[in-house]
Every structure is written in C-alpha cells, then in structure tokens.
Design a binder for this molecule. Structure first.
Ligand code: HEC
Ligand code: HEC
Ligand code: HEC
Ligand code: HEC
Ligand code: HEC
Length: 202
C-alpha cells in the first residue's frame, strides 16, 4: 500500500515537472467552451476550427470568424450556455481577441509539426484522445505527457500502412466518434518516425 502511494506521488511529480506551464489547480478559460457540444453533438470537424492545428502562442486557436458565423444565430439553450455565448458576443463586439490558455505545449527546443503526422494518417484522437466527448479541456484531460519518451515510443514502433498511410481507426469526419476499424485489412508496408536527435532538436 505504502509503496503504491509513493509510486503515485512520484508519478504525479513527474507529470507536473514535465507538464506545460499552466497551473492545473485553478485552470479556467476565458469562456467555457464544450468540445462535446461542438465536435460531438453537432459534428463540426476538428479542422473547421483548428484550421491547421499549427503551433502558435495563441494555441492554434480558432479565429473569431469561425465562431461568429453560427453564434449570430445560436444563443444557447440552458442558462450557462446563454451566459457563455453572451461573453463570446461581447468579445466580438469589443473587437477583443479571446486569450485561450495553451494546454498542450512542448518546450521551444522541440520541433513538432502537426502536418507531418496528419499527412501520414495519424488521427487527432491518437494523440489527443476522445476530445469530442469532453466538455471542458484542461491538463487533467490530457491523455499523455508529451514527453520525449512518449514521442520516441511511437517513433520506434513500425506502424502498418496501406498506400503509405498508417492504418488507424477511421472516422467519416473528424469530429464525431470513431465509426470504422480498418485493422482487419492486410498491411502493405510499415512506417516509423525518426529517432535521430536532429529530427526533433534542430
Ligand atoms: C457550426 C456552428 C457553430 C460554430 C462554428 C461554433 N458554435 Fe458554439 N455552439 C453551437 C451550438 C449548436 C451550440 C449549442 C447551443 C445549444 O445547445 O443551444 C453551441 C454552444 C456554444 C457555447 C455554450 C457552451 C457550450 O459549448 O455548449 C459557447 C460558449 C460556444 N458555443 C462558443 C463557441 C466558440 C468560441 C466558437 C468558435 C471557436 C463556436 N462556438 C463555434 C454552434 C456553433
Ligand atoms: C467549434 C470549434 C471547435 C471544434 C469543432 C474543435 N475545437 Fe478544439 N478548441 C476549440 C477552442 C475554442 C479551444 C480553446 C478552448 C479549450 O481549450 O477548450 C480548443 C482547444 C483544443 C485543444 C487544446 C489546445 C491546447 O492549448 O492544448 C485541443 C487539443 C483541441 N481543441 C483539439 C480538437 C479536436 C481533436 C477536435 C475534433 C475532435 C476539435 N478540437 C474540434 C474549438 C474547436
Ligand atoms: C502525433 C501526435 C498528434 C496528433 C496526431 C495531433 N496532435 Fe495536436 N498536438 C500535439 C502536440 C505534441 C502538441 C503540442 C505542440 C506544441 O506545443 O508545439 C499539440 C497541440 C495541439 C493544439 C494546441 C495548439 C498548437 O498547435 O500547439 C491543438 C489545438 C491541437 N493540437 C489540435 C489537434 C488537431 C485538431 C489534430 C488533428 C487534425 C491534432 N491536434 C493532431 C500532438 C498531436
Ligand atoms: C502516434 C505516433 C507518433 C507520436 C506520438 C509522435 N510521432 Fe512524430 N512521427 C510519427 C511518424 C509515423 C512519423 C513519420 C512520418 C513520415 O515518415 O513522413 C513522424 C514524423 C515526425 C517528424 C518529421 C521527421 C520524421 O521523423 O520523419 C517530427 C519532427 C516528429 N515526428 C516529431 C515528433 C515529436 C516531437 C513528438 C512528440 C511530442 C512526436 N513526433 C510524436 C509518429 C508519431
Ligand atoms: C521524436 C522526437 C525526439 C527525438 C528523436 C529526440 N528527442 Fe529529446 N526531447 C523530445 C521532447 C518532446 C522533449 C521534451 C520533453 C519534456 O518536455 O518533458 C525532449 C527533451 C530532451 C532533452 C531535455 C531533457 C530534460 O530533462 O529537459 C534533452 C537533453 C534531449 N531531449 C536530448 C535528446 C537526444 C540526445 C536525442 C537523440 C538521442 C533526442 N533528444 C531525440 C523529443 C525528441
């Protein structure tokens, strides 16, 4: 029992020490935004809002235009939704940018690009989990620690491919649930990432 507790404390220690520079204790965003309501229930594709999921300080955050198109009309149903959407409209009317806090964050000396992963068929959910099932995101909803060990574990594993794309769960749109498993198909080749220090530390 005691050993287990120590192990847990150590694990938490490691997670905290490698975690992005956001305070997990009182983490909150300027607006309470639910991925479950947008990507899940309303099936809005991830890329509609995260146009390129590119690295930037403002967290590859969606542009206001992508929100306002709908929220000129959609005012919310329950009290909390109405309140949060009213905040959004206020930001828009004041021409203010919403300063979303970044959650997933690798240190600056690490080179990471979404493009090189998405282009070979790795799905958003492989690295980020079932975001479309979550109401509020935070460090606690992250499914991995973004450590070097995590990157390397996948980079060392030969992933079966068809037509040069990694065989992973396929969704008919990026937003909704996984609808199709293609693991039963015969692989034609494999793909691995680089373990060369220079690939990730330029
Ligand atoms: C394709 C339409 C669409 C787009 C684009 C869209 N929303 Fe929504 N949003 C909705 C719908 C539908 C609801 C649920 C309203 C309801 O149930 O009455 C909602 C609800 C909300 C709520 C209430 C809390 C919640 O999440 O349920 C907030 C806040 C919100 N949206 C913010 C945003 C922001 C910020 C953006 C841009 C990044 C955005 N929305 C883009 C359709 C959209
Ligand atoms: C309607 C617009 C919208 C859609 C659709 C959407 N997102 Fe988001 N996403 C946001 C907004 C706004 C934020 C910032 C607020 C937050 O962290 O919840 C965000 C934050 C995130 C973050 C955390 C960013 C960080 O700083 O680490 C991840 C990861 C993410 N989204 C992944 C996804 C994935 C995967 C999908 C598809 C399943 C998706 N999103 C669909 C608007 C959207
Ligand atoms: C191979 C793993 C992997 C895949 C696949 C992946 N992400 Fe990420 N994502 C990351 C990592 C690592 C970060 C932190 C990057 C940084 O700090 O530079 C991140 C950060 C983000 C962020 C925060 C803003 C940013 O760009 O740093 C958003 C939003 C996001 N991802 C959305 C998505 C969406 C949407 C998809 C699918 C289109 C996706 N991710 C696919 C690993 C992944
Ligand atoms: C789920 C598996 C997976 C994870 C997790 C992952 N990668 Fe990759 N990554 C790949 C694969 C597969 C490729 C090879 C793509 C190709 O051959 O075009 C790749 C390519 C890359 C490349 C382009 C250079 C190269 O290796 O060909 C960089 C840079 C990279 N990854 C960095 C990272 C970093 C940094 C992390 C962790 C923060 C990470 N990756 C996490 C699977 C992954
Ligand atoms: C696939 C991507 C990838 C490759 C390949 C890679 N690293 Fe890293 N490395 C990372 C990431 C991500 C971090 C940041 C880890 C964190 O924030 O916890 C990191 C962190 C580090 C650090 C800082 C450690 C610390 O405690 O802060 C050193 C030093 C390092 N790497 C050296 C190397 C060397 C040497 C190699 C080659 C043998 C290498 N890396 C290969 C992704 C990679």
């Amino acid at each position: 029992m005691k050993i287990r507790r120590i192990a847990i404390v150590l694990t938490i220690g490691i997670i905290l020490s490698t975690a992005p520079a956001v305070d997990a204790e009182d983490f909150s965003q300027p607006i309470e935004f639910s991925h479950k309501n947008h990507a899940g229930k309303n099936e809005i594709p991830c890329e509609f809002c995260h146009t390129y999921a590119r690295r930037s300080n403002s967290s590859g955050a969606p542009s206001m235009e992508s929100c306002i198109g709908c929220h000129r009309v959609v005012k919310g149903t329950d009290e909390s939704q109405v309140e949060q959407i009213a905040k959004l409209i206020e930001f828009w009317n004041n021409k203010e940018i919403i300063a979303w806090k970044k959650i997933h964050d690798v240190p600056d000396f690490v080179h990471f690009s979404h493009k090189s992963h998405i282009r070979v068929g790795i799905d958003c959910t492989d690295c980020h989990g079932d975001i479309d099932q979550l109401d509020l995101l935070s460090i606690n909803t992250m499914i991995n620690d973004l450590s070097m060990g995590w990157c390397l574990e996948c980079h060392k594993t030969a992933q079966p491919t068809i037509n040069g794309k990694i065989i992973s769960p396929v969704r008919n749109f990026r937003g909704g649930s996984i609808i199709q498993e293609v693991k039963s198909q015969a692989a034609e080749g494999t793909l691995t990432g680089s373990t060369d220090c220079y690939a990730c530390h330029k």
